[in-house]
Write a protein that binds this ligand. Structure first.
Ligand SMILES: Nc1nc2c(c(=O)[nH]1)N[C@H]1C(S)=C(S)[C@@H](COP(=O)(O)OP(=O)(O)OC[C@H]3O[C@@H](n4cnc5c(=O)[nH]c(N)nc54)[C@H](O)[C@@H]3O)O[C@H]1N2
Ligand SMILES: Nc1nc2c(c(=O)[nH]1)N[C@H]1C(S)=C(S)[C@@H](COP(=O)(O)OP(=O)(O)OC[C@H]3O[C@@H](n4cnc5c(=O)[nH]c(N)nc54)[C@H](O)[C@@H]3O)O[C@H]1N2
Ligand SMILES: [Mo]
Length: 763
């Protein structure tokens, strides 16, 4: 086998010459390799590497808090950089305690289990007394809080999804809300070693399964055959699901036995469904007026679902919205009424296509993981409440039934994430970012987050360090040798944190006396024992290094989601308070949260096509996951750049919406609302429904800094809304956003996102 490397996009074969990697090729065992990672060696990326530690000029000279993102950087030696960063950590801890350090450091980092930047930074901050953390994720903010109350924790559910081969054999109808986007399943956290979604969908279609895609966009499903597309107004799916429930109930098509043996609270929900509770029956006509889906189609679809083996699926994007808990809760309720949960090919899926994990059959064990130590600091934020925290220290917020208080942050440490990619309302975040006294960032590239920092420490990439690649339910565990020299003076995050810990008197606590090679051997050894307990035999570390990879066989019988629970709910109760599926949750009802009652409901989001503000901003903006990148990672690569329109991120518009504004394909436009504006390049396509604009995430944030809030590159997050999904979860709601589009001014400002900052030598 050739030398392998692993990224979130999958494994690649490394072509070497003279001891250095010169090219990457698809992994021969992968049936549908992703092109994204093939570009990791591109000179366009290398040019943007951070080569030396760098300090923002205004911070170095007088600790000025303004000037982030505008000022030049002064390059310093590692010794000076470690002194400055360690000195600042010590000063803040002595003056304000560890509660003044925000180390949530959200982000995907890179594949490779040991050099995982999140684990590294958290372990380091714990070794020096702890930090304010963040909970949940941008991915699943609403679902991670909701699902444990009503079925089980998301991680547990994701890893149990019914395997593709079972779906191909048994599912006769797949009704999906938000497609099964194969573009998204290019990735898996830790490495999609065998991409299964394109083949899985094809085999389902060949096996005679019929597909209905309910989505504002058509191209998020590709089965290789024809399918039905039901366009729906964004953020209204909960209303449609309720109407499907209403038809099942009205026509007696619901499974009363399943509801009484495996669920609780159906009666309570029924009062709402029929309108007994609020005077509004959730009929197809009612839902049609909200969703734009014809009432006749809703009625027929409910009957079709009840008549055959039906799998329901929902994209994660639906809960990345205001009241995003509701479509997930309504989907579970609809599936419970159909009564096929736990049967092969029936029931529901939470994000088939969101990553390669859901539906992958291989054995499950916990891979090599760096222990994070103990964090004595109790303060935390729900991950997407960062700007609120920075702007409103001391203010209370509600989360999962309790009230907490935003801490007063003086120092931010980030490694492995890009807040100026991932957060909403970036103009507001820019303002909030002036609050902390110091921002330290470990980065590989001069990303927007690096440019917004005070102390920038250059980190190596996966290609420059030895590691081990593993992801849940994937086909292989893979040794990743270092295949090139580090760029400039870049160091492994581990080495950076070991040096900082040493300077702060916590060296032994952080390293436990191990170097990187010794940690790898140790962590792999532990994981190998866990694998053995799960019935998987792995070679020892030296043999894995020799062989390059080891296969992880699928278990004899592929997973069927919640099959044990269905067979015997007494012996295999769910980890909910009742042990059953909670269509009504006493716990959530007891929290008494105005915007999240005790059962699924339709609540109009703050912005949608039915909102009053749609008069001024009549397009619903979807900022979905990009086809040619993972978030902002590798945005400067040739693959990502080839997808841009006039050098800006492509904005998909329906032909009618383009024509109504006199816009043509390839034109540069200004996308705007009251929060900000960005420039983008128009792509006219009937793959988006009228009234919907699509601007995928990940174009590196390029603020014009001219006081108008204009962004030049097409980053949707200058437009998105920065409020929580609800008082229950406080999740990210990027998909709730109205905009208007107009031609850009003549001679629009050039994009400068991929330029290096001014780097000055130390005087
Ligand atoms: N509008 C809108 N916004 C969204 C979303 C949306 O749907 N719409 N989706 C949200 C979602 S689901 C997510 S998960 C987030 C993703 O947000 P992020 O995970 O923050 O985005 P990435 O671009 O993956 O950022 C990872 C960063 O880590 C750096 N990095 C990689 N490896 C290493 C390493 O080894 N060491 C160090 N020090 N750094 C490293 C990379 O260079 C990159 O800058 O975005 C969210 N934002
Ligand atoms: N290539 C690539 N793959 C990725 C990522 C990436 O950055 N690049 N990011 C990964 C990460 S971190 C995550 S969390 C997952 C996210 O996975 P998702 O959140 O599921 O992904 P999205 O692409 O945002 O949305 C999926 C589809 O939902 C549709 N949709 C949006 N709003 C609505 C709605 O209100 N109703 C309906 N019915 N449909 C709607 C969109 O049109 C889109 O086609 O993707 C992962 N996969
Ligand atoms: Mo995500």
């Amino acid at each position: 086998m050739a030398i392998l490397t692993v990224s979130h996009w999958g494994a690649y074969e490394v072509e070497m010459a003279g001891g250095e990697a010169v090219a990457l090729h698809p992994f021969r065992n992968d049936p549908d390799p992703s092109p994204i990672g093939l570009h990791m060696l591109a000179p366009e990326l290398d040019r943007l590497r951070i080569r030396r530690p760098a300090i923002r000029k205004g911070w170095l000279e007088g600790r000025a808090r303004t000037g982030r993102g505008r000022e030049p950087f002064v390059e310093v030696s590692w010794d000076q950089a470690i002194d400055l960063a360690a000195g600042e950590l010590r000063r803040v801890i002595e003056a304000h305690g560890n509660r003044a350090i925000f180390g949530g450091s959200y982000g995907w980092s890179s594949a490779g289990r040991f050099h995982h930047a999140q684990s590294q930074v958290h372990r380091f901050l714990n070794s020096i007394g702890g930090y304010v953390r963040s909970t949940d994720s941008y991915s699943l903010g609403a679902a991670r809080v909701l699902m444990p109350h009503i079925v089980a924790p998301m991680d547990e559910l994701m890893a149990q999804h019914t395997a593709w081969e079972v779906l191909a054999e048994h599912t006769r109808l797949l009704v999906t809300f938000g497609g099964v986007p194969a573009k998204n399943a290019q990735i898996s956290q830790g490495g999609a070693m065998e991409h299964r979604i394109p083949g899985g969908l094809r085999r389902m279609a060949e096996g005679g399964c019929r597909f209905v895609n309910i989505s504002p966009t058509r191209d998020d499903l590709d089965t290789g055959a024809a399918f039905e597309w039901v366009p729906i107004r964004p953020n209204t799916d909960a209303a449609l699901m309720l109407a499907l429930c209403w038809v099942l109930q009205a026509e007696g098509l619901h499974d009363e036995a399943f509801l009484s043996t495996h669920c609780i609270g159906f009666d309570h929900f029924l009062a709402y469904l029929t309108g007994a509770a609020d005077g509004q029956p959730k009929t197809p006509a009612w839902a049609a007026s909200i969703t734009g889906v014809p009432a006749s189609r809703i009625e027929a679809l409910a009957r079709e679902m009840a008549a055959t083996r039906t799998m329901l699926n929902i994209a994660w994007s639906l809960q990345r919205a205001h009241h995003g808990e509701q479509p997930f809760w309504a989907l579970v309720t609809l599936a419970a009424m159909l009564g096929q949960i736990g049967l092969p090919g029936g029931g529901f899926g939470l994000g088939y296509g969101a990553t390669n994990l859901m539906g992958s059959p291989n054995a499950r064990f916990s891979g090599p993981t760096l222990p994070q130590g103990h964090n004595p600091v109790r303060d935390f934020i729900p991950v997407a409440r960062i700007a609120d925290m920075l702007l409103k220290p001391g203010t209370p917020f509600s989360y999962n039934g309790a009230t907490h208080t935003y801490p007063d942050i003086r120092l931010i440490y980030w490694a492995g994430g890009n807040p100026f990619h991932h957060h909403q309302d970036l103009n507001r975040l820019m303002q909030a970012w002036e609050a902390p006294e110091t921002v330290v960032v470990n980065e590989q590239f001069w990303t927007p987050a690096a440019r917004m920092a005070d102390i920038v420490l250059p980190a190596t990439t996966t290609l420059e360090r030895e590691d081990v690649g593993y992801a849940n339910r994937e086909s292989h565990i893979i040794h990743m040798p270092a295949v090139k020299r580090a760029a400039g003076e870049a160091r492994d995050d581990y080495a950076i944190f070991a040096a900082l810990a040493e300077r702060l008197g916590a060296g032994a606590r952080f390293t436990e006396g191990r170097d990187a090679g010794e940690w790898l051997r140790h962590l792999y050894g532990e994981s190998r024992q866990r694998a053995a307990r799960a019935g998987v035999t792995l070679p020892d570390w030296d043999s894995l290094r020799q062989a390059g990879l080891a296969a992880i066989a699928p278990p004899a019988s592929p997973p069927v989601f919640l099959a044990d629970f269905r067979r015997d709910p007494e012996a295999h109760p769910l980890p909910t308070p009742s042990g059953r599926i909670e269509i009504f949750s006493d716990a959530i009802a007891g929290f008494d949260i105005p915007d999240c009652p005790g059962h699924p409901v339709w609540r109009a989001p703050a912005e949608w096509l039915g909102a009053p503000s749609a008069d001024r901003h009549p397009l619903h903006l979807l900022s979905d996951q990009p086809v040619t990148r993972l978030h902002s990672q590798l945005d400067p690569s040739p693959l990502s750049m080839a997808d841009k329109v006039a050098g800006r991120a492509p904005l998909s518009l329906h032909p009618d919406d383009a024509a109504a504004r006199g816009l043509t394909d390839g034109q540069v436009v200004r996308v705007f609302n009251d929060r900000g504006a960005c420039l983008a390049g128009v792509r006219v396509t009937d793959a988006v429904m009228p009234g919907v604009a699509r601007l995928s995430t990940g174009a590196w944030f390029d603020p014009a800094l001219d006081g108008t809030g204009l962004e030049r590159h097409g980053n949707p997050n200058v437009l998105t809304l920065d409020i929580g999904a609800s008082g229950l979860s406080q999740g990210c709601i990027a998909q709730t956003c109205l905009v208007e589009v107009e031609p850009a001014p003549a001679e629009p400002p050039a994009v400068r996102a991929h330029e290096l900052p001014v780097l000055l030598p130390m005087r």
